[in-house]
Write a protein that binds this ligand. Structure first.
Ligand SMILES: Cc1cc2nc3c(=O)[nH]c(=O)nc-3n(C[C@H](O)[C@H](O)[C@H](O)COP(=O)(O)O)c2cc1C
Ligand SMILES: [Mn+2]
Length: 493
Protein backbone atom coordinates (compact mmCIF):
# COMPACT_ATOMS: atom_id res chain seq x y z
CA UNK A 1 0.00 0.00 0.00
CA UNK A 2 1.42 3.33 -1.08
CA UNK A 3 1.41 6.35 1.24
CA UNK A 4 -1.09 9.10 0.42
CA UNK A 5 1.24 11.83 1.66
CA UNK A 6 4.35 12.40 3.79
CA UNK A 7 2.19 13.05 6.85
CA UNK A 8 1.07 9.42 6.67
CA UNK A 9 4.61 8.28 5.90
CA UNK A 10 6.06 10.17 8.87
CA UNK A 11 3.44 8.51 11.12
CA UNK A 12 4.66 5.13 9.88
CA UNK A 13 8.31 6.04 10.54
CA UNK A 14 7.30 7.10 14.06
CA UNK A 15 5.40 3.82 14.62
CA UNK A 16 8.43 1.87 13.45
CA UNK A 17 10.56 3.78 15.96
CA UNK A 18 12.98 5.11 13.34
CA UNK A 19 11.97 8.79 13.18
CA UNK A 20 14.29 11.33 14.81
CA UNK A 21 12.17 14.21 16.04
CA UNK A 22 13.37 17.62 17.19
CA UNK A 23 10.89 19.58 19.29
CA UNK A 24 13.32 22.32 20.33
CA UNK A 25 13.09 25.44 18.16
CA UNK A 26 15.66 25.48 15.34
CA UNK A 27 16.76 28.26 13.03
CA UNK A 28 16.37 27.84 9.25
CA UNK A 29 19.58 29.89 9.05
CA UNK A 30 22.32 27.17 9.15
CA UNK A 31 21.09 25.38 12.28
CA UNK A 32 18.98 22.74 10.44
CA UNK A 33 21.97 21.97 8.21
CA UNK A 34 24.21 21.70 11.27
CA UNK A 35 21.91 19.25 13.01
CA UNK A 36 21.53 17.04 9.92
CA UNK A 37 25.31 17.12 9.36
CA UNK A 38 25.91 15.79 12.85
CA UNK A 39 23.21 13.12 12.52
CA UNK A 40 24.63 11.97 9.17
CA UNK A 41 28.12 11.71 10.63
CA UNK A 42 26.78 9.81 13.63
CA UNK A 43 24.84 7.26 11.54
CA UNK A 44 26.73 7.11 8.23
CA UNK A 45 25.57 3.61 7.31
CA UNK A 46 21.86 4.39 7.60
CA UNK A 47 21.09 8.12 7.47
CA UNK A 48 18.08 8.67 9.72
CA UNK A 49 14.89 10.55 8.77
CA UNK A 50 14.46 13.66 10.92
CA UNK A 51 11.44 15.87 11.55
CA UNK A 52 11.85 19.39 12.96
CA UNK A 53 8.63 20.41 14.71
CA UNK A 54 9.49 24.02 15.51
CA UNK A 55 11.12 26.44 13.07
CA UNK A 56 11.99 29.94 14.26
CA UNK A 57 9.72 32.49 12.61
CA UNK A 58 7.55 29.84 10.93
CA UNK A 59 5.11 28.63 13.60
CA UNK A 60 2.84 26.72 11.20
CA UNK A 61 5.58 24.78 9.45
CA UNK A 62 7.38 21.56 10.16
CA UNK A 63 10.51 20.53 8.30
CA UNK A 64 11.40 17.02 7.11
CA UNK A 65 14.89 15.85 6.00
CA UNK A 66 16.44 12.47 5.03
CA UNK A 67 13.06 10.93 4.21
CA UNK A 68 14.60 8.64 1.58
CA UNK A 69 18.18 8.52 2.82
CA UNK A 70 19.08 5.34 4.67
CA UNK A 71 18.12 1.82 3.61
CA UNK A 72 15.70 1.70 6.57
CA UNK A 73 13.70 4.72 5.43
CA UNK A 74 13.99 3.67 1.79
CA UNK A 75 12.52 0.26 2.60
CA UNK A 76 9.61 1.75 4.53
CA UNK A 77 8.94 4.32 1.77
CA UNK A 78 8.79 1.45 -0.73
CA UNK A 79 6.29 -0.39 1.49
CA UNK A 80 8.79 -3.11 2.47
CA UNK A 81 9.92 -4.37 5.89
CA UNK A 82 12.43 -1.95 7.34
CA UNK A 83 15.16 -4.58 7.51
CA UNK A 84 14.95 -5.35 3.78
CA UNK A 85 18.58 -4.36 3.16
CA UNK A 86 20.15 -2.55 0.24
CA UNK A 87 20.79 -5.56 -2.01
CA UNK A 88 17.15 -6.66 -2.00
CA UNK A 89 15.98 -3.03 -2.29
CA UNK A 90 18.03 -2.62 -5.47
CA UNK A 91 16.34 -5.64 -7.01
CA UNK A 92 12.84 -4.57 -5.95
CA UNK A 93 13.41 -1.05 -7.33
CA UNK A 94 14.58 -2.50 -10.62
CA UNK A 95 11.63 -4.90 -10.92
CA UNK A 96 9.13 -2.16 -10.16
CA UNK A 97 10.39 0.36 -12.74
CA UNK A 98 9.72 -2.22 -15.44
CA UNK A 99 5.99 -1.63 -14.99
CA UNK A 100 5.18 2.10 -15.29
CA UNK A 101 1.74 3.24 -14.13
CA UNK A 102 0.15 6.37 -15.60
CA UNK A 103 -0.94 9.07 -13.14
CA UNK A 104 -4.60 9.71 -12.40
CA UNK A 105 -6.06 13.19 -12.61
CA UNK A 106 -8.33 13.77 -9.65
CA UNK A 107 -10.93 16.47 -9.12
CA UNK A 108 -10.65 16.26 -5.36
CA UNK A 109 -9.95 19.60 -3.73
CA UNK A 110 -6.28 19.37 -3.01
CA UNK A 111 -5.26 19.93 0.60
CA UNK A 112 -2.30 21.95 -0.60
CA UNK A 113 -4.72 24.51 -2.02
CA UNK A 114 -6.01 25.47 1.44
CA UNK A 115 -3.87 28.61 1.35
CA UNK A 116 -3.45 30.46 -1.93
CA UNK A 117 -1.31 33.52 -2.55
CA UNK A 118 -1.51 35.24 -5.94
CA UNK A 119 -0.59 38.59 -7.49
CA UNK A 120 0.66 41.11 -4.96
CA UNK A 121 0.14 38.62 -2.13
CA UNK A 122 2.81 36.28 -3.46
CA UNK A 123 5.50 36.17 -0.80
CA UNK A 124 8.13 33.46 -0.92
CA UNK A 125 9.49 34.63 2.43
CA UNK A 126 6.49 32.89 4.05
CA UNK A 127 8.21 29.59 3.26
CA UNK A 128 11.01 28.40 5.59
CA UNK A 129 13.65 28.04 2.86
CA UNK A 130 16.85 27.30 4.76
CA UNK A 131 20.35 28.54 4.37
CA UNK A 132 22.03 25.14 4.45
CA UNK A 133 25.79 25.94 4.40
CA UNK A 134 27.48 29.13 5.49
CA UNK A 135 29.03 30.07 2.14
CA UNK A 136 25.82 29.48 0.14
CA UNK A 137 24.83 32.35 -2.14
CA UNK A 138 21.42 32.49 -0.46
CA UNK A 139 18.56 30.51 1.00
CA UNK A 140 17.81 27.34 -0.99
CA UNK A 141 14.13 26.57 -1.32
CA UNK A 142 14.46 23.66 -3.71
CA UNK A 143 16.72 20.79 -2.65
CA UNK A 144 14.28 17.85 -2.60
CA UNK A 145 11.39 18.68 -4.86
CA UNK A 146 9.99 18.39 -8.37
CA UNK A 147 10.41 20.99 -11.09
CA UNK A 148 7.58 20.27 -13.50
CA UNK A 149 7.72 21.47 -17.13
CA UNK A 150 6.29 20.51 -20.51
CA UNK A 151 7.80 19.98 -23.93
CA UNK A 152 6.06 22.75 -25.91
CA UNK A 153 6.10 20.60 -29.06
CA UNK A 154 4.44 17.42 -27.84
CA UNK A 155 3.09 18.24 -24.37
CA UNK A 156 5.19 15.59 -22.59
CA UNK A 157 5.59 16.48 -18.91
CA UNK A 158 8.91 16.09 -17.09
CA UNK A 159 9.72 16.17 -13.39
CA UNK A 160 13.31 16.93 -12.41
CA UNK A 161 15.16 17.94 -9.26
CA UNK A 162 17.14 21.14 -10.01
CA UNK A 163 18.36 23.41 -7.22
CA UNK A 164 16.22 26.49 -6.53
CA UNK A 165 17.53 29.59 -4.76
CA UNK A 166 15.37 32.22 -3.14
CA UNK A 167 16.03 35.68 -4.61
CA UNK A 168 13.22 37.73 -3.06
CA UNK A 169 9.47 37.78 -2.37
CA UNK A 170 8.51 36.97 -5.93
CA UNK A 171 11.51 35.45 -7.69
CA UNK A 172 13.60 32.31 -7.55
CA UNK A 173 16.82 31.26 -9.27
CA UNK A 174 17.31 27.89 -10.91
CA UNK A 175 20.35 25.91 -12.06
CA UNK A 176 19.81 23.07 -14.55
CA UNK A 177 22.55 20.99 -16.15
CA UNK A 178 22.63 21.33 -19.94
CA UNK A 179 21.68 17.68 -20.55
CA UNK A 180 18.77 17.61 -18.13
CA UNK A 181 15.23 17.55 -19.44
CA UNK A 182 14.09 20.82 -17.87
CA UNK A 183 16.89 22.57 -19.79
CA UNK A 184 15.90 20.89 -23.05
CA UNK A 185 12.38 22.24 -22.48
CA UNK A 186 13.66 25.69 -21.61
CA UNK A 187 15.74 25.88 -24.80
CA UNK A 188 12.64 25.08 -26.85
CA UNK A 189 10.70 27.90 -25.19
CA UNK A 190 13.59 30.31 -25.72
CA UNK A 191 13.69 29.43 -29.42
CA UNK A 192 9.95 30.05 -29.62
CA UNK A 193 10.46 33.36 -27.79
CA UNK A 194 8.03 32.43 -25.01
CA UNK A 195 8.36 32.19 -21.24
CA UNK A 196 8.27 28.62 -19.89
CA UNK A 197 5.50 27.76 -17.41
CA UNK A 198 6.90 25.88 -14.42
CA UNK A 199 5.50 24.34 -11.25
CA UNK A 200 7.58 23.40 -8.21
CA UNK A 201 6.14 20.80 -5.90
CA UNK A 202 7.55 20.25 -2.42
CA UNK A 203 6.69 17.65 0.22
CA UNK A 204 4.97 15.12 -2.06
CA UNK A 205 5.33 11.34 -1.75
CA UNK A 206 9.00 10.38 -1.39
CA UNK A 207 8.84 7.97 -4.33
CA UNK A 208 8.00 10.86 -6.67
CA UNK A 209 11.26 12.54 -5.57
CA UNK A 210 13.19 9.31 -6.12
CA UNK A 211 11.92 9.31 -9.72
CA UNK A 212 12.72 13.03 -10.18
CA UNK A 213 16.36 12.64 -9.18
CA UNK A 214 17.27 9.79 -11.53
CA UNK A 215 18.10 10.11 -15.23
CA UNK A 216 15.17 8.29 -16.82
CA UNK A 217 15.03 8.64 -20.61
CA UNK A 218 13.63 11.70 -22.37
CA UNK A 219 9.94 11.09 -23.07
CA UNK A 220 9.43 8.82 -20.07
CA UNK A 221 7.38 10.64 -17.47
CA UNK A 222 8.63 10.52 -13.91
CA UNK A 223 4.94 10.32 -12.89
CA UNK A 224 4.75 6.90 -14.59
CA UNK A 225 7.97 5.79 -12.86
CA UNK A 226 6.73 7.02 -9.48
CA UNK A 227 3.52 5.06 -10.12
CA UNK A 228 5.65 1.99 -10.79
CA UNK A 229 7.61 2.50 -7.56
CA UNK A 230 4.41 3.06 -5.58
CA UNK A 231 2.66 0.21 -7.42
CA UNK A 232 -0.27 2.56 -7.58
CA UNK A 233 -1.05 5.57 -9.81
CA UNK A 234 0.17 8.96 -8.59
CA UNK A 235 -2.82 11.25 -8.10
CA UNK A 236 -2.31 14.59 -9.84
CA UNK A 237 -4.28 17.83 -9.98
CA UNK A 238 -4.38 20.89 -12.23
CA UNK A 239 -2.24 23.91 -11.58
CA UNK A 240 -3.89 27.28 -11.00
CA UNK A 241 -2.05 29.23 -13.71
CA UNK A 242 -0.98 26.70 -16.37
CA UNK A 243 -1.92 23.33 -17.80
CA UNK A 244 0.82 21.60 -15.78
CA UNK A 245 -0.21 18.90 -13.30
CA UNK A 246 1.15 18.59 -9.79
CA UNK A 247 0.95 15.75 -7.23
CA UNK A 248 -2.12 15.73 -5.01
CA UNK A 249 0.19 14.72 -2.18
CA UNK A 250 2.14 18.03 -2.34
CA UNK A 251 2.52 20.15 0.75
CA UNK A 252 3.42 23.27 -1.21
CA UNK A 253 3.24 24.25 -4.88
CA UNK A 254 4.89 27.27 -6.46
CA UNK A 255 3.83 28.27 -9.97
CA UNK A 256 5.56 30.70 -12.26
CA UNK A 257 7.40 31.31 -15.48
CA UNK A 258 11.04 31.11 -16.51
CA UNK A 259 12.18 33.71 -18.98
CA UNK A 260 15.64 34.33 -20.28
CA UNK A 261 15.40 38.11 -20.46
CA UNK A 262 15.98 38.43 -16.75
CA UNK A 263 19.02 36.62 -15.35
CA UNK A 264 20.20 37.02 -11.76
CA UNK A 265 23.29 35.89 -9.86
CA UNK A 266 22.71 32.41 -8.47
CA UNK A 267 25.07 30.22 -6.38
CA UNK A 268 27.35 29.05 -5.05
CA UNK A 269 25.79 26.18 -3.12
CA UNK A 270 27.23 23.42 -0.94
CA UNK A 271 26.85 20.56 -3.40
CA UNK A 272 26.78 16.76 -3.53
CA UNK A 273 30.43 16.73 -4.56
CA UNK A 274 31.21 17.76 -0.98
CA UNK A 275 32.36 21.18 -2.19
CA UNK A 276 30.75 24.51 -2.91
CA UNK A 277 29.82 24.40 -6.57
CA UNK A 278 28.08 26.22 -9.36
CA UNK A 279 29.95 29.46 -8.65
CA UNK A 280 27.93 32.65 -8.68
CA UNK A 281 26.78 33.29 -12.24
CA UNK A 282 23.86 34.86 -14.04
CA UNK A 283 21.22 32.15 -14.25
CA UNK A 284 17.52 31.98 -15.24
CA UNK A 285 14.90 33.40 -12.92
CA UNK A 286 11.46 32.03 -12.06
CA UNK A 287 8.86 34.79 -11.74
CA UNK A 288 6.34 33.42 -9.28
CA UNK A 289 2.63 33.92 -9.97
CA UNK A 290 0.99 31.73 -7.38
CA UNK A 291 1.82 29.84 -4.18
CA UNK A 292 -0.50 27.24 -2.66
CA UNK A 293 0.12 25.28 0.52
CA UNK A 294 -1.49 23.35 3.34
CA UNK A 295 -2.63 25.05 6.52
CA UNK A 296 -0.33 22.76 8.49
CA UNK A 297 2.50 22.30 5.97
CA UNK A 298 5.55 20.06 6.18
CA UNK A 299 8.50 21.49 4.27
CA UNK A 300 10.92 19.00 2.70
CA UNK A 301 14.55 19.69 1.96
CA UNK A 302 17.82 17.82 1.71
CA UNK A 303 21.25 18.52 3.16
CA UNK A 304 23.96 18.07 0.54
CA UNK A 305 27.51 17.68 1.75
CA UNK A 306 30.53 15.39 1.90
CA UNK A 307 29.61 11.68 1.75
CA UNK A 308 27.40 10.29 2.88
CA UNK A 309 24.41 12.56 2.42
CA UNK A 310 20.90 11.81 1.16
CA UNK A 311 21.84 12.54 -2.45
CA UNK A 312 24.51 9.82 -2.35
CA UNK A 313 22.43 7.19 -0.59
CA UNK A 314 19.48 7.86 -2.89
CA UNK A 315 21.72 7.27 -5.91
CA UNK A 316 23.31 4.21 -4.30
CA UNK A 317 19.85 2.69 -4.59
CA UNK A 318 18.46 4.19 -7.80
CA UNK A 319 21.65 4.11 -9.88
CA UNK A 320 22.61 0.59 -8.79
CA UNK A 321 19.12 -0.56 -9.79
CA UNK A 322 18.99 1.32 -13.08
CA UNK A 323 22.53 0.36 -14.17
CA UNK A 324 21.64 -3.28 -13.54
CA UNK A 325 18.48 -2.73 -15.54
CA UNK A 326 20.43 -1.03 -18.33
CA UNK A 327 22.92 -3.94 -18.55
CA UNK A 328 19.99 -6.30 -18.93
CA UNK A 329 18.42 -4.12 -21.60
CA UNK A 330 21.60 -4.11 -23.70
CA UNK A 331 21.97 -7.86 -23.25
CA UNK A 332 25.09 -8.11 -21.06
CA UNK A 333 25.27 -11.67 -19.72
CA UNK A 334 26.42 -12.87 -16.33
CA UNK A 335 25.74 -9.73 -14.26
CA UNK A 336 25.73 -10.62 -10.56
CA UNK A 337 25.67 -7.39 -8.51
CA UNK A 338 25.99 -3.65 -9.10
CA UNK A 339 26.71 -1.14 -6.34
CA UNK A 340 27.19 2.59 -6.68
CA UNK A 341 29.20 3.59 -3.61
CA UNK A 342 27.73 6.39 -1.49
CA UNK A 343 31.13 6.88 0.19
CA UNK A 344 32.53 8.18 -3.13
CA UNK A 345 29.60 10.56 -3.57
CA UNK A 346 27.83 7.92 -5.67
CA UNK A 347 30.47 8.03 -8.40
CA UNK A 348 32.32 4.71 -8.11
CA UNK A 349 30.38 1.89 -9.76
CA UNK A 350 31.40 -1.63 -8.75
CA UNK A 351 30.04 -4.60 -10.68
CA UNK A 352 30.54 -8.31 -10.24
CA UNK A 353 30.07 -10.74 -13.11
CA UNK A 354 30.18 -14.42 -13.87
CA UNK A 355 32.91 -14.11 -16.46
CA UNK A 356 32.25 -16.28 -19.51
CA UNK A 357 34.38 -14.97 -22.40
CA UNK A 358 37.51 -12.93 -23.13
CA UNK A 359 37.11 -9.18 -22.42
CA UNK A 360 33.70 -9.81 -20.83
CA UNK A 361 34.52 -7.44 -17.96
CA UNK A 362 35.68 -4.69 -20.27
CA UNK A 363 32.52 -4.94 -22.36
CA UNK A 364 30.34 -4.66 -19.24
CA UNK A 365 32.30 -1.59 -18.09
CA UNK A 366 31.96 0.07 -21.48
CA UNK A 367 28.22 -0.59 -21.53
CA UNK A 368 27.91 1.08 -18.12
CA UNK A 369 29.90 4.14 -19.18
CA UNK A 370 27.68 4.51 -22.24
CA UNK A 371 24.62 4.88 -20.03
CA UNK A 372 23.21 8.21 -18.82
CA UNK A 373 22.59 6.64 -15.41
CA UNK A 374 26.40 6.70 -15.06
CA UNK A 375 26.80 10.25 -16.33
CA UNK A 376 28.56 11.51 -13.18
CA UNK A 377 30.64 8.41 -12.53
CA UNK A 378 34.38 8.58 -13.10
CA UNK A 379 35.34 5.05 -12.24
CA UNK A 380 33.88 1.64 -13.02
CA UNK A 381 35.43 -1.46 -11.50
CA UNK A 382 34.35 -4.87 -12.74
CA UNK A 383 35.18 -7.90 -10.59
CA UNK A 384 34.38 -11.62 -10.50
CA UNK A 385 31.34 -12.89 -8.66
CA UNK A 386 33.27 -13.93 -5.54
CA UNK A 387 33.89 -10.26 -4.67
CA UNK A 388 31.33 -8.44 -2.50
CA UNK A 389 30.69 -5.26 -4.50
CA UNK A 390 29.64 -3.30 -1.40
CA UNK A 391 33.05 -3.87 0.23
CA UNK A 392 35.65 -1.35 -0.96
CA UNK A 393 38.47 -3.38 0.60
CA UNK A 394 37.54 -6.51 -1.35
CA UNK A 395 37.16 -4.51 -4.55
CA UNK A 396 40.62 -2.93 -4.21
CA UNK A 397 42.13 -6.31 -3.37
CA UNK A 398 40.75 -7.64 -6.66
CA UNK A 399 42.07 -4.57 -8.50
CA UNK A 400 45.55 -5.16 -7.10
CA UNK A 401 45.91 -8.85 -7.82
CA UNK A 402 43.73 -9.57 -10.83
CA UNK A 403 44.58 -6.63 -13.06
CA UNK A 404 47.53 -4.75 -14.53
CA UNK A 405 47.34 -0.94 -14.56
CA UNK A 406 48.48 -0.82 -18.19
CA UNK A 407 45.22 -2.56 -19.08
CA UNK A 408 43.05 0.04 -17.36
CA UNK A 409 41.15 2.04 -19.93
CA UNK A 410 40.96 5.84 -19.75
CA UNK A 411 38.16 7.49 -21.71
CA UNK A 412 38.81 11.16 -22.34
CA UNK A 413 36.47 14.15 -22.65
CA UNK A 414 33.27 12.33 -21.71
CA UNK A 415 30.27 14.34 -20.49
CA UNK A 416 30.48 14.70 -16.71
CA UNK A 417 29.32 16.89 -13.86
CA UNK A 418 29.56 20.66 -14.28
CA UNK A 419 30.25 20.74 -10.54
CA UNK A 420 33.51 18.76 -10.64
CA UNK A 421 36.17 20.97 -9.02
CA UNK A 422 39.02 18.94 -10.52
CA UNK A 423 38.13 20.18 -14.00
CA UNK A 424 39.39 23.61 -15.15
CA UNK A 425 36.53 26.11 -15.41
CA UNK A 426 36.55 26.31 -19.22
CA UNK A 427 36.26 22.50 -19.44
CA UNK A 428 33.48 22.10 -16.85
CA UNK A 429 30.94 19.54 -17.97
CA UNK A 430 33.63 17.27 -19.41
CA UNK A 431 35.54 14.60 -17.56
CA UNK A 432 37.79 11.64 -18.19
CA UNK A 433 36.72 8.27 -16.85
CA UNK A 434 38.49 5.05 -16.02
CA UNK A 435 37.40 1.50 -16.51
CA UNK A 436 39.20 -1.11 -14.43
CA UNK A 437 38.52 -4.65 -15.46
CA UNK A 438 39.55 -6.48 -12.30
CA UNK A 439 38.16 -9.80 -13.40
CA UNK A 440 40.75 -12.50 -14.00
CA UNK A 441 42.67 -12.06 -17.26
CA UNK A 442 41.17 -14.35 -19.89
CA UNK A 443 43.50 -14.52 -22.84
CA UNK A 444 46.12 -16.81 -24.47
CA UNK A 445 48.79 -15.64 -22.02
CA UNK A 446 46.77 -17.37 -19.30
CA UNK A 447 46.06 -20.89 -20.53
CA UNK A 448 43.98 -23.26 -18.39
CA UNK A 449 46.17 -24.77 -15.64
CA UNK A 450 45.82 -28.43 -14.90
CA UNK A 451 46.42 -28.28 -11.13
CA UNK A 452 43.79 -25.50 -10.81
CA UNK A 453 41.04 -27.60 -12.26
CA UNK A 454 41.74 -26.16 -15.71
CA UNK A 455 40.95 -22.65 -14.55
CA UNK A 456 43.21 -19.86 -15.78
CA UNK A 457 43.91 -18.38 -12.38
CA UNK A 458 44.82 -19.63 -8.90
CA UNK A 459 42.24 -20.54 -6.30
CA UNK A 460 41.57 -18.06 -3.49
CA UNK A 461 42.98 -19.34 -0.20
CA UNK A 462 40.36 -20.86 2.04
CA UNK A 463 40.76 -23.30 4.88
CA UNK A 464 39.77 -26.73 3.63
CA UNK A 465 36.47 -28.13 4.82
CA UNK A 466 38.04 -30.87 7.00
CA UNK A 467 40.38 -28.51 8.87
CA UNK A 468 37.63 -25.94 9.32
CA UNK A 469 35.42 -28.58 10.94
CA UNK A 470 38.20 -29.74 13.26
CA UNK A 471 38.97 -26.15 14.32
CA UNK A 472 35.29 -25.38 14.89
CA UNK A 473 34.82 -28.47 17.00
CA UNK A 474 37.93 -27.85 19.09
CA UNK A 475 37.53 -24.06 19.26
CA UNK A 476 36.58 -23.88 22.92
CA UNK A 477 39.50 -26.11 23.89
CA UNK A 478 42.03 -23.59 22.47
CA UNK A 479 41.13 -21.02 25.12
CA UNK A 480 40.83 -18.25 22.54
CA UNK A 481 37.28 -17.21 23.37
CA UNK A 482 36.15 -14.22 25.39
CA UNK A 483 37.55 -10.75 24.95
CA UNK A 484 40.98 -11.37 26.46
CA UNK A 485 42.79 -9.90 23.44
CA UNK A 486 40.40 -7.12 22.57
CA UNK A 487 42.22 -4.50 24.68
CA UNK A 488 45.55 -5.31 23.10
CA UNK A 489 44.41 -5.08 19.52
CA UNK A 490 42.13 -2.06 19.83
CA UNK A 491 43.18 1.36 18.52
CA UNK A 492 46.13 0.21 16.48
CA UNK A 493 46.00 3.36 14.36
C1 LIG B 1 19.39 16.51 -4.00
C2 LIG B 1 19.61 16.65 -5.48
C3 LIG B 1 19.90 17.88 -6.03
C4 LIG B 1 20.09 18.04 -7.40
N1 LIG B 1 20.34 19.28 -7.91
C5 LIG B 1 20.44 19.44 -9.26
C6 LIG B 1 20.62 20.75 -9.84
O1 LIG B 1 20.72 21.75 -9.13
N2 LIG B 1 20.66 20.87 -11.17
C7 LIG B 1 20.57 19.78 -11.99
O2 LIG B 1 20.59 19.94 -13.20
N3 LIG B 1 20.45 18.52 -11.48
C8 LIG B 1 20.37 18.33 -10.14
N4 LIG B 1 20.21 17.08 -9.61
C9 LIG B 1 20.28 15.92 -10.52
C10 LIG B 1 19.00 15.74 -11.31
O3 LIG B 1 17.90 15.68 -10.45
C11 LIG B 1 19.07 14.47 -12.13
O4 LIG B 1 20.10 14.66 -13.08
C12 LIG B 1 17.76 14.09 -12.84
O5 LIG B 1 18.06 13.12 -13.79
C13 LIG B 1 17.12 15.27 -13.53
O6 LIG B 1 15.90 14.87 -14.14
P1 LIG B 1 15.73 14.84 -15.71
O7 LIG B 1 16.56 13.67 -16.16
O8 LIG B 1 14.27 14.63 -15.93
O9 LIG B 1 16.22 16.13 -16.23
C14 LIG B 1 20.02 16.91 -8.24
C15 LIG B 1 19.75 15.67 -7.68
C16 LIG B 1 19.55 15.52 -6.32
C17 LIG B 1 19.26 14.15 -5.77
MN1 LIG C 1 13.16 13.28 -17.12
Amino acid sequence: MAFEDIGEYIEKLRDEGVLFEVNAEVNWDLEIGGVVDRLNKTYPADLPPVLFNSIRGYPNWRFFVNGFAGPTAQSIAMGLPRTTGIRKLIDVFRERVKHPIKPKTTRKDAEFKEIKLTGDDVNLLEIPAPKWHYMDGGRYLGTWHAVITKDPENGWMNLGMYRIMLHDRKTLGIMINPRNHGMIHLRKYIEAGEPMPVAISIGHDELISAACAEAFPYGQSEYDIAGALRQEAVKIVDCETSDLKVPLSSQLVIEGEVSFDDLKPEGPFGEWTGYYGGETALRPVIKVKCITYREDPIFRGSYLSTPPCENHTLWALTKSAMIKHHLDTVGMPGIRDVYVHPSTGATLIAVSIEQSYPQHGREVGEAILASKYAQFSKMVIVTNEDINVTDLGEILWAVHWRSQPEEWVVLRKKPGSVLDPSVPVEWRGFTSKILIDATWPWNPDFPPVNQWNNRRYPPTIQVDEKTRKTVDEKWSSYGLGGNRFSDVFRNVW
